[in-house]
Design a protein around this ligand. Sequence first.
Ligand SMILES: [Zn+2]
Length: 94
Amino acid sequence: MKAQCDKCYEISSMIPKKKRLKNKVDKHYFECNHCNHIYVIGYTDDWIRRERNRLDKLNKRNVGSGLYEDKIKEKTKLIESKMNELKEKVEAST
Ligand SMILES: [Zn+2]
């Protein structure tokens, strides 16, 4: 993904990266390849990664049938709120 960096104003190929923090939390972020400024996308823990996998599977099964529409919406919301919670928790402790 090419984007202009807010820090150095260069057009950078923002490379998605992942860093393991404590408690098996992964930090997902883009890094500017000019000034190394970090843009945080979000954090995931075991629960979120597992539920995201399940969501992927549900999405695949939902294609064509539409049977899992409600379940997908519900799960997406739940995952989003857990990710917000985790973000607040991680950022409060660093
Ligand atoms: Zn930059």
